[in-house]
Structures are given as structure tokens and as C-alpha cells.
Design a protein around this ligand. Sequence first.
Ligand SMILES: [Mn+2]
Length: 353
Amino acid sequence: MTRYSNLERLLHTSETIGIDRASRVVVFSDLHLGDGGRNDEFLHNGPLFETVLRQRYLADGFSLVLNGDIEELFKFDLNAIAAAWDGLYDLWLAFGRNGFFRKLYGNHDHALLDHHGYKLASALAESLALRYEGQTLLLFHGHQASPFLNEPCSVFSRALFYILRYLARPFGVRNYSVSYSSRKRYAIERSVYEFSSHFKLISIIGHTHRPLFESMSKLDYLNYRLEELCRSYAPADAARQQAIEMEIAEVRFELESCYRNGFRKSLRSGRYDTIAIPSIFNSGCCIGKRGITAIEIEDGMIRLVYWTRDVQKHRYSGERLHTAEELGNSGIYRTVLNEDHLDYVFSRIRLLA
Ligand SMILES: [Mn+2]
């Protein structure tokens, strides 16, 4: 038994799919689908999600990975969920034609394994390994790294299941995983980070609902960018220096608005080490108030993207570093929050880990 035994198990048991520079893959997690009623947390993003999936990813030849907590089985019955979102199930299955569709389970939809005749059973797995030029991207929900929820059938998680299913719903308790304490979130991220760095691979998780890119949260990214800009200032020419000054002002505005808006999830540092080895990525979630986040792999690049209708509000609330692009005439905008070449990410992992 090593300290990563549960995650190592995933590494050794995952199905492996080879991808290359021409491959396109999109990863979403944490939809928490309900019964379509007013306690369904996915409801307000449903039309946005469907449009993005159909018009961008299905139309542009992407394969699809849904990385856990897709159905909210702690609060709703699977039959009610399947009835409310059947159209979405069919849309997901259509991605098989583009390449592959896999649906990994998380802690909130682990019980899918007990349902016979589940429509998406053929796509269901615990984890998936993508092989890219001899390197591994390991996709799993992330609860496997929790010290408490390793055993899905433990007395603890059964008790939690009944408490949430029968008590939380009538009292209208919001999704408890969102209110996950930042200490627990950090513990999970850190153990996935250590595991991935040890095996020199990229892990893509969900579960904590906190987007991470190259092991960095938004706050870390902004601080890192600020450092980079300051470093490049002295040797730059006058025109470039002016541009750097402007960008520094934008980054500072963004940092300040992070704090001002009480963007709590971003505030905890994602640095788990003296240097940030870019080995953990998190696709965030699809139940955000203003939009959804996803991880895209395309043209040998990995990207963290954000989709929203709220582009005006978005622009004035601090996302000024990035430009939003409209998806056709849909009124839906895509913003690339961060991107890098996979080759570069993997060489940094090999050199630093
Ligand atoms: Mn989860």
C-alpha cells in the first residue's frame, strides 16, 4: 500500500484511449441534474449547456467526457432525473459518432452502478486515461482522493446519503459539495497534485467545483501573471513597457475584484509546493450562477474555458483580461481563461516533478 493507493488503482484499471494533435475532447463535470423542478440546481444553466454542447462541441467534432456528479442522486430519484433530462441523454450519446463519449461517476452519482437498464450504462466508468504522445492524462471525478469517501458503501457515506436524500431536500439545503470547507477542498487537491506529480501525469478532476489550470487557482494565476509582467518590464522597449503597465493595471483590477466580490473559492492558494508543477486541472462545474466552465483539448492545446450569456455583467465584474467570443448569434459567449500547449505542460511536469 502506498500513500496514493486509491488513485494508483485508477491509473492501473482505467481504460486507455489514444489521442493526438488532431483530437478534440471536451470535459465537463458536476451538473447535479435534478428533476427539472425548482430545487434542480442545473435548471438555470440547462438551455445554455445544451446550446453550447450542440452548436460548438457536437458540431465541431469533439469527443465528450462527463467527469462525475452528473446526476444528483443524493436528492433525487434517477427516474425523475432521466424523465426531466432525457433529451440531454440523447445529445450525449450522439458524441459517440465524433469519437467517444464516456461518463465517469462521482460520489453523487455512484449509485448509478446499482441501476439496471440505465440508459448511459455503456458509457459509464470510474476513470479514463488519455494517452497523448506517450504521456498520460488521467480523468476521474476526484472524490477518490478524499480520506472519508474512499469506501462508497461505508456506513458513513450511506448515512450521508439518507440524510441528504430525505432531510436536506425538504429544508431546501443547497448542494452540500459547494459548501465543502476550503480545508477539505485543499486536502483533496493536494493529494491529487502529489499523486499526479509523482507519476508525472496530468490529472483532470471535478468534485470541488473549483476550476484549476496547471495546478493554479484564479488567484494564483493572477499573482503569477503579475510576477511575469514585472520581470519582463525592465528589458522591454518603451512601447512594450506601456503595454505591460496597462496589463498590470488590468491584473490588479482583477485581483482586487476577486477580493471585493468575495470570490471565496479563488482566495485559497492552489500552491501545494514551493514550485507549481502543472499536474492538476479541474473543469469547475456547470451549476455556476453566471455560467459554466469546461476543459477543452484541441490542436495539442489544453484550455480552461468559461461560457456565459452575461457578457456585459461579465465584462464589468472583473473578467477584463480575456475577450469573450460569441457562439454564432446565440447570445452565448466563450472566454478562454487559460491555455497552454500539452507538450509544454508535460515537459514542465517532467522537468520539475
Ligand atoms: Mn463530487
